[in-house]
Design a protein around this ligand. Structure first.
Ligand code: ADP
Ligand code: MG
Length: 737
């Protein structure tokens, strides 16, 4: 066997011992270079670069825009553009692009040259201030959800100066990428970034009212939200990936019988990272460091072949942009190590899926984390107000929060294998639960302390113990000084869930601020404030405590208990998308200036359409695999069994065993063919109805038929010789590292 196998040379059956050559340490010789040395932020047009390259006045003006959210002075655009161009050129860039995030959920870029030959032996600059701040790509092929007709192609991109421009390196080619918002000719948002930025403004406006009440607004211009998104992903061998049409086309296995051993022994989680994977991670990190993305944590996740990468938190807008770069980098670097990164929520049945734990908090622009309980939390009334606003917001808008993570991929993950259920609830932990109980009784006078853990040996340090445990079953868990929203799927652009979180918390802050302002009046008397806070928070807790649940969210009892409490349980995406069309949700987004009714309707239409298209592709792919791979293999085996029976009989043997085997296999084969027919009868037959109705039909009819077909296929796999089975098994996919 040659040392470096290419996909075409690999027959993906159990008889290919491994696509990894053991003589090169399992790395196919790719480990020859040492881990790259990080070059932090070298490819970012950062604050430091701007300070160095821009005239003082221009720099100051731009900084005001970035720090304080002030409107950009158009007069400075030319100066900034010229500095940016020079800097990019010095780093090898030949082109620039407005980098934006259309409603596909991906990123988009159209490159233009920074300079052209002027026809006279010289150079003509084609990048001015105007080109920096605005672009006009042909937008006709991006989803608009009916915001405009296909012939109305004009779309505009607008520079977001709060997210730094960066250089994208691909081979020898370097491109200057300018993060932008993307809007239609009519000014409606066609992207994920615009509503996210609007939602931060909405939350800021309301949070500032609370700070003003408490007199803690000195020097604060705005409140932003922060995000640290932990990204889970799988790695599979490149050759196996290409030999499985379902992975190549759908990013998940549509068939596949769980291997005898997968995650039962918990021997992969936090285990030593395989060498090839480590070198992959090192290159990913080095690439991201150049782009200024502060990725900090790496480890093996629960399922075999599953890993995690997590950055340090940043302002949500920048963090979301960086998160897109993290996903792109994972996907781009993996093939260089003979691997493929799977970002799908559920690539493999029967083992953990992948999420994107969305760690979220609120922070002033002076750096105060508003969800930090600090010591003696019971005296930290301002914190309690922000905490109660989160509790109220999540309870009141639980269905919308659920809708924020709806997707065809996440449907396979939520509620299965260590993923939170579709019921939204909040985990607070012992210390805060105790405080909330005190709030409900009207007054707070103690904070539970954590104390120390004594390990019983003098040589070991005493460990400070937190006053509350963790709860990894909860979809929305307080984790010390932030909330961790665990329901978000691994493949999504986190801009959308954060847009929703910001909006619902803006609403509840607004409600609380309005009541407090009314009760306290204009003189801001501290006694009156304290009494008002006690009253308002008491009522808030009474009204919304049903959303607090510290127990096991995976248990069946919780499902029953949640139903008793009246918490929504939108089991699939089709049901969740419907929430976006409810009149009160439409008004919510409109009231806080996050999305107009038309913009929201467009999103609902696009989500439904994406869901239908994705499931449709999966159904087609299943039929293709069934008819061209699995059924022929099974038929061949059935033929073999039949000839064994015939020859056994001809030899004068009783042949009972062989005949039994043949009949059993025939039954499985028939069941599989029948289930294939059932799916085939449904494909392309969705009702001519509104997108929401089509999604419901898919969830109720097509998906169950596909699940039955898969089950039948997986039964066949268990009884078909590995030499005949046409695709790589779970054992190979998950254990070739
Ligand atoms: P884990 O939850 O895995 O134990 P950590 O609690 O240390 O890990 O952090 C997980 C993520 O939460 C990291 O990305 C971290 O930067 C982020 N995080 C920490 N503090 C905040 C905050 N105030 N706002 C948003 N994210 C935060
Ligand atoms: Mg975490």
């Amino acid at each position: 066997m040659s040392a470096t196998l290419t996909p075409s040379s690999v027959r993906p059956s159990a008889f290919v011992p491994s696509v990894v050559d053991p003589t090169t340490n399992g790395t196919n010789g790719r480990l020859s270079q040492p881990s790259p040395i990080p070059d932090f932020g070298a490819d970012v047009f950062s604050d430091a670069v701007m300070r160095q390259l821009l005239p003082k006045q221009v720099y100051r003006s731009l900084r005001e825009t970035i720090r304080r959210g002030k409107a950009l002075d158009p007069a400075i655009a030319d100066v900034v553009a010229s500095a940016m161009k020079r800097w990019a050129g010095d780093h090898g860039a030949t082109h620039y692009c407005h980098w934006f995030q259309p409603l596909t959920g991906l990123t988009a870029e159209k490159h233009d040259a920074l300079s052209l030959p002027d026809g006279d032996g010289g150079e003509l600059s084609t990048f001015s201030g105007g080109d920096l701040i605005a672009g006009e790509p042909d937008a006709s092929s991006f989803p608009s959800g009916g915001l405009r007709a296909t012939f109305e192609a004009r779309g505009y991109t607008a520079w977001d100066p709060t997210s730094p421009a960066f250089l994208d390196r691909s081979g020898d080619s370097v491109t200057l990428c300018i993060p932008t918002c993307f809007v239609s000719w009519t000014g409606e948002a066609l992207d994920k970034k615009t509503p996210l930025m609007r939602s931060v403004d909405a939350l800021s406006t309301q949070a500032m009212r609370i700070l003003r009440l408490f007199g803690t607004d000195a020097g604060v211009t705005r409140v932003m939200t922060t995000l640290g998104a932990e990204q889970e992903y799988f790695l599979v061998d490149d050759a196996h990936y290409h030999a499985r049409p379902d992975l190549t086309m759908c990013n998940r296995t549509l068939f596949g019988r769980p291997a005898a051993k997968d995650q039962q022994l918990a021997d992969h989680y936090f285990g030593p990272i395989p060498e090839r994977v480590r070198s992959f991670m090192a290159e990913v990190e080095a690439t991201l460091y150049r782009l200024g993305v502060p990725v900090k944590t790496r480890h093996n996740e629960v399922a075999p072949g599953q890993y995690e990468i997590a950055p340090v938190f940043e302002a949500v807008n920048v963090a979301c942009d960086h998160q897109m770069l993290i996903m792109q980098t994972l996907a781009r670097v993996a093939p260089r190590h003979g691997l493929r990164a799977l970002l799908h929520e559920k690539p493999f049945k029967g083992v953990n899926g992948s999420g994107k734990h969305n760690n979220w908090s609120m922070c002033t622009d002076t750096g105060v984390n508003l969800l930090d309980p600090r010591d003696d939390t019971h005296t930290n009334t301002e914190f309690l107000v922000f905490l109660c606003a989160v509790i109220a917001g999540v309870d009141k808008r639980a269905a919308l929060l659920r809708a924020s993570v709806a997707s065809s991929g996440n449907d396979h993950r939520l509620g299965a294998h260590e993923a939170p259920p579709a019921i939204m609830s909040i985990f607070l932990g012992a210390m805060l639960s105790d405080l909330v109980a005190q709030l409900e009784n009207g007054q707070t006078n103690r904070t539970l302390a954590g104390g120390e853990l004594d390990l019983g040996m003098d040589i070991l340090p005493k460990l400070p113990r937190h006053a509350g445990d963790r709860n990894r079953t909860s979809p929305f868990a307080f984790t010390g000084n932030k909330f961790e929203f665990r329901a978000a799927g691994s493949s999504v652009n986190c801009a959308w869930p954060n847009t929703i979180i910001n909006t619902i918390i803006a609403e509840s802050l607004d409600e609380i601020a309005t009541r407090l302002e009314k009760e306290v009046g204009s003189d801001r008397n501290p006694q009156r404030l304290r009494a008002a806070v006690e009253r308002v928070l008491q009522e808030t807790i009474k009204a919304h405590k049903r959303v607090i649940f510290d127990g096991d969210n995976y248990s069946e009892q919780w499902h029953q208990e949640a139903e008793r409490r009246g918490l929504p349980n939108l089991r699939n995406s089709a049901a969740a998308f419907g929430v976006l069309e409810q009149p009160e949700i439409v008004s919510l987004f409109e009231k806080y200036g996050v999305l107009s009714p038309a913009e929201l309707a467009a999103r609902a239409a696009i989500f439904n359409e994406k869901y239908a298209v994705e499931v449709g592709i999966e159904a087609e792919m299943m039929l293709h695999m069934a008819r061209t791979m699995i059924a022929p293999a099974a038929a061949a085996h059935l033929g073999e069994l039949a000839s064994v029976v015939a020859s056994t009989k001809a030899a004068g043997l009783a042949g009972g065993r062989a005949e039994k085997q043949m009949r059993e296999y025939d039954a499985l084969y028939t069941a599989f063919c029948d289930s294939t027919d059932s799916v085939a009868a449904l494909v392309g037959k969705s009702p001519e109805a509104a997108p929401q109705k089509v999604s419901e039909w898919i969830a109720g009819m097509l998906r169950p038929a596909m699940a039955a077909m898969r089950a039948a296929g997986d039964e066949l796999e268990a009884r078909t010789p590995t030499t005949l089975w046409p695709v790589a098994s779970y054992r190979e996919l998950l254990f070739v590292k």
